[in-house]
Design a protein around this ligand. Structure first.
Ligand SMILES: Cc1ncc(COP(=O)(O)O)c(C=O)c1O
Length: 404
């Protein structure tokens, strides 16, 4: 069960509404998030097969929910520490030290109200008007949008694609940086591509960023969803404590906690106070009962992480052969994350195609155009669902692709 059962979200209002000119132009000019536009067709419909969002159909397991209830009932209902309870920050520092090849000190961990909120506060700390941020795409649309929201300019450098295999052109990435570049944003394992940075590429980016005084923001929320090794290479494996590197993580994906809105940043210690202030002026703290449950998730949740990864591996093995065998589809098996990102021959408008697919089959996917202009012609499908759901979806999707 996922967002299927939520009431219908409101469509974005008409863009000529009176008063619009009094809002920030960067917001009123922005294209609406297109994934939501397709999802609106089917939200509230119990028959929808919702593979449009980045979440699976597993509810958060009881051992995590129970920890939240217990904390609530025990009175953990007051304002909490801005950067997270010492209990959770310690658990996360231990967890990070376990999955990357350095010891992460608690001073470098800040708990945020989701990975998204972590990206927002870190960008607010780093970017201002006149700055630009170079973003590796195609990518989850919120990264580029958040650069705009904080008043800076996003510059997307596209991965190259050859027969569905995505590769980073480091020269193109570096060439896109100029004197106003303050940040390189890279999401690996990548949403929507399922692509993953290798160690030598990370090292080259870090060396370049150090030499040019540029921040690296590494979105590693899919670090545990990897199919060819236990954990994805992290910038924390190679960065020094004081490097201008901020790594974004989240409980959403690997612990089935998308609705909880809890994430964390790992960062140099000298940015801590600024992050604390930015959290104070936005959420003030993450709900203490959620933080208590997050401690349970991270300290007792390794079997759950393994289960979710296995569910995704099975999902990937259902979706990949069905799609790659189709003559109209170009796609390589994703090495990580939980998305199939595929090109459909003859499709010119991924938004209309996705809407029509939903109307005809009830299979909900995300249009590639949502991930930047270089995503047009592509479709993203989240395979973090049960095999039964995915088998039905693939039958209907391949049938749809077979239509003349
Ligand atoms: C690449 C990437 N980063 C960050 C997030 C944010 O995760 P959350 O805000 O749920 O923690 C998502 C969610 O889809 C994502 O795909």
């Amino acid at each position: 069960m996922s967002t299927n059962n939520l009431p219908l979200p409101l469509a974005r209002g008409p863009m000529n509404a009176p008063g619009l000119a009094r809002l920030r132009k960067v917001l009123t000019d922005a294209e609406p998030q297109l994934i939501g536009e397709v999802a609106r067709l089917g939200m509230g419909d119990p028959d929808a097969i919702a593979l449009w969002y980045g979440e699976g159909d597993m509810p958060t397991p009881a051992f995590i929910c129970d920890a939240a209830y217990e904390a609530m009932r025990a009175g953990q209902t007051f304002y909490s520490h801005k950067r997270g309870t010492p209990e959770l920050r310690t658990a996360l520092a231990d967890y990070m030290s376990g999955i990357c090849s350095q010891t992460v000190d608690i001073e470098r961990v800040t708990v945020t109200s989701s990975g998204m909120h972590g990206i927002l506060v870190a960008m607010q700390a780093i970017l201002a008007a006149g700055d630009n941020a170079v973003v590796v795409g195609p990518v989850w649309p919120n990264a580029e949008a958040t650069v705009r929201v904080v008043g800076a300019e996003p510059r997307v450098v596209s991965l190259n694609n050859e027969n569905g295999v995505w590769r980073l052109d480091l020269e193109a990435l570096f060439a896109a940086c100029d004197d106003s570049t303050r940040l390189i944003f890279v999401n690996s394992p990548g949403n929507p591509t399922g692509w993953m940075l290798e160690r030598d590429e990370q090292q080259a980016i870090l060396d370049f960023a150090r030499a040019r005084g540029i921040w690296v923001m590494a979105d590693e929320v899919y670090a545990r969803l990897v199919y060819d090794r236990p954990v994805a290479p992290s910038f924390l494996d190679i960065a020094e404590e004081d490097d201008a590197v901020v790594v974004v993580n989240s409980f959403s994906k690997s612990w089935a906690m998308t609705g909880w809105r809890v994430g964390w940043l790992t960062h140099p210690p000298w940015i801590s106070e600024v992050l604390a202030e930015l959290i104070e002026y936005s959420t003030s703290s993450v709900q203490p009962f959620l933080q208590h449950a997050a401690v349970t998730a991270v300290t007792e949740g390794e079997p759950l992480v393994a289960e979710i990864r296995e569910l995704c591996r099975v999902g990937r093995d259902i979706v990949t052969p069905a799609l790659t065998a189709h003559p109209r589809v170009v796609m390589a098996p994703p090495v990580a994350a939980f998305y199939a990102f595929f090109q459909v021959e003859g499709m010119t408008d991924s938004l209309e195609w996705s809407k029509q697919l939903y109307r005809d089959t009830k299979v909900g996917v995300a249009p590639g155009r949502s991930f930047g202009p270089n995503g047009e012609g592509w479709i993203r499908l989240c395979f973090a669902s049960s095999p039964e759901v995915l088998n039905t979806a693939m039958d209907r999707l391949t049938d749809y692709l077979n239509r003349p």
